[in-house]
Design a protein around this ligand. Sequence first.
Ligand code: APR
Length: 272
Amino acid sequence: MDEDRSITEAASLINQAKCLVAFSGAGVSEESGIPTFRDPGGLWDRFDPYELGGGDIFSAMFRGSGIPRSAVDFVSEMVSVLERASPNPGHLALGELEGMGILRSVITQNIDNLHREAGNTLVIEVHGNLFRLACLVCGNKIYLGREELFSMGRKLVELMRESDLQGIIGLVSRCACGGVCRLDVVGFGEPVQDMPLAISEARGSDLFLILGTSGAVYPAAYLPEHAKKAGAKLIEINATGCYFPDIVDIGIIGKTGDVLPRVVDRVKELRR
Ligand code: APR
């Protein structure tokens, strides 16, 4: 089916949907300058996820073997790309669909807070959110402002370059309960967040959008199947291919920042 016809079909399904839910991955933020993980030149193409995806960076440091150069480069890159990032037309289109009363929720694997910045309110972040701290004792969550997070990030990079263990420990925030706080993001092998809510949103949907994800990471990648089994129709938009070919009803190969605004325009035409 040619792209324009797929966009019209997708808009027609969205226009009829009673409960639309979106599921997003790194591809949605690629046009905001944040590299994806598994594309050529992506983060896991240049860095070892198992060295960086868990807490090993700091345990290496506590063992006194200094901080791997790759860890410094990784954190430094993340601080600079996230600091420059803002919602792109793909994020804004989802914000608009919520504003039109069509989109109910966004389930995201992204930790960049861009769906919230684009105006979506029910955002289920199964891999956490970088702009949030979580207390390891009472579980309290504390939101960080952009400048608060990025000045901490820049300071961390500096201290990592010097392998300054004391300095890094000094950056650790404390909760009101006295507990130590960590960034509220999910590392490899750690439990995901709000999965029961994400599953109930997927199962409650009659139309499920799959946006910019390779579907390589579980349990998040089960969510399209939950929606399908519950009778929802599925639309996938991905720049490099269709990663759920067996279950999607419409697959559009294109960038979400280009395709989603065109879909929203078509929905508006249908509603005139
Ligand atoms: N628009 C749409 N799709 C895009 C775009 C774009 N502008 N740019 C890239 N893509 C596609 C890629 O081709 C790829 O299929 O988005 C997908 C991104 O896949 P991954 O890099 O694997 O990211 P994601 O699926 O979100 O990874 C899941 O893995 O590393 C962990 O915790 C991390 O949340 C992440 C999880």
